[in-house]
Design a protein around this ligand. Sequence first.
Ligand SMILES: [Zn+2]
Length: 83
Amino acid sequence: MDAECTGAGSVRCGMETDMDRYCKRCQKLLEGDEIALYRKLIWREATEYLCLECLSRDLSSTPERLRDLIHYYRTKQKCCLFV
Ligand SMILES: [Zn+2]
């Protein structure tokens, strides 16, 4: 349904999207959705983030389930963190 996130979405909620962000653990380049989910689940004011793989490990979950969560927040809650 949705096109894959390119990280080039509009800026909302004062979220800076003009900088590349990397996972603080494995240094993977992060997608906007990964940053948004981290902010949603862990800490709204975070400036360092984890990728879905690392985050799912911390949460005893799986990257697939976190993808579902992202989809849920975007479609059901229309959370402004997810653009
Ligand atoms: Zn990582």
